[in-house]
Write a protein that binds this ligand. Sequence first.
Ligand code: NAD
Length: 378
Amino acid sequence: MRIAVPAETDKSEFRVAATPETVKKFIGLGADIAVQAGAGAASGFSDADYAAAGAKIGASAQETLTAADIVLRVRRPAASEVDGARPGAAVVAMLDPFGHERELAELAGAGVTAFAMELMPRISRAQSMDVLSSQANIAGYRAVIDAAAEYGRALPMMMTPAGAVPAAKVFIMGVGVAGLQAIATAKRLGAIVTATDVRPATKEQVESLGAKFVAVENEEFKQAETTGGYAKEMSAEYRAAQAELISAHIAKQDIVITTALIPGRPAPRLISAAQLRSLRQGSVIVDLAAERGGNCELTRPGETVVVDGVKIVGALNLAGRLPATASSLYARNLLAFVETLVSKESGGLSINWDDELAKATCLTRDGAVVDPRFQPKA
Ligand code: NAD
C-alpha cells in the first residue's frame, strides 16, 4: 500500500498532513509512504526528518502521487492535484464541503474516494479522529494569544511600586471546544473571564474552569442543544433578549473572543456595530467565526480592522498559525482514521462500507458525489 503526502498548495496553509511520528506508524502498518519535498517545512519538519522516519521524498507532487492508494492532505485538493493516484484511491482531508459542490463534483470526476475529516461522527470511538476538536483547541488558545498581543495593556492584575494595574476583562462568546480552551488560556494569563453560550450544558463547564456564565436562561435556552450536541439556530425573540443582556455586559469588557458556530449555517451575529462601539478604545475582538461570515457585524475575514479605537481581528485559520502543534494533532487524527481503512491481514486499502465512520465521512466514490447534501443541484 502506498501513501502520498503532497505539499499543500494554498499559500496560507502552513500545516502538513503527516509528521515524522505518523510516517513511522504508517510504515509500521506495512505501508510505503512518499512525502513531497518541503511539505513539512512550514511546520518545522524537514525532508531529512521524514527520510529518517522512513519516508521517500518525492521531488514533485506528481512523483509523490504516483500509484498512491491513499492521499493525505490538510485541505481539499483540486482534481488536478490527485493526478497520478490509483483509481479509487482514498483522499483523506478537510474537504470543507459546504458551498463547494462544484469542487467536490470535480474531485469525484477524478475517480478518487474522498473522505471529509470534519464530518467524523463525534462518538467515543472516533474521538482520536476528531479534527474539529484538535484544531479548535489550538484556535481557541491562539485567539487569546493574538488578543493579548493586540491589547495594549497587561492581562493579569499587577501590584507594582509604581501602582496597581487591574486585570483585563475577557468575554468568550460560544463555549464549544475552542471557547473552553480560550477560557482556560485567558484564566492562566490572569484575566477576569466571563463566557456565554446557548447550550445549557456549557454553564457547568464554564464554571468548572473558574469563569462566570452569562446567558438568557429561559425555556428556549433549556432546549437549545440538538441530540448531536450542537446549538440550534435561536428564535428572533431569544436573539433580542440575548442582545440586550450582551449589550450591557460587553460595554465593560476589554477583550471579546467569539467562537459561535451552527453546523452548515452562516455564523450567528452576536455583536452589532452599536455594541462594538460601546467597547472602550483599545479593546480587542478576535472573531474565530470569521471564516463563516463572523460573529461580529464589522469583522472582515482575513483582516484586522480598527473601528472607533476597537481592534477587530478576523484572522483565518488560527490553528494553522500554530502549525507544528496543529500538524502533530491533525496527523494523529488522520493516522487513527486511516487505520480503520486498512486491512490488518493484507495491509492494503480495504474500506468497510458498513462502518459508520467511513459512511459518515465519504463524499465521493465511483465517480460520483455520494452524500446527497453536496450533490450538484439540477
Ligand atoms: P461549534 O464549533 O459548532 O460551536 C461553538 C459554540 O458556539 C458551541 O458551543 C455552540 O453552542 C455555540 N453557539 C452557537 N450559536 C450560539 C449563539 N447564538 N450564542 C452563543 N453561542 C452559540 O462547537 P464545537 O466546539 O464543535 O462543539 C459542539 C458540541 O460537540 C459540544 O457539545 C461539544 O461538547 C461536542 N463535542 C463532542 C465530542 C465527542 O464526543 N467526541 C468532541 C468534541 C465536541
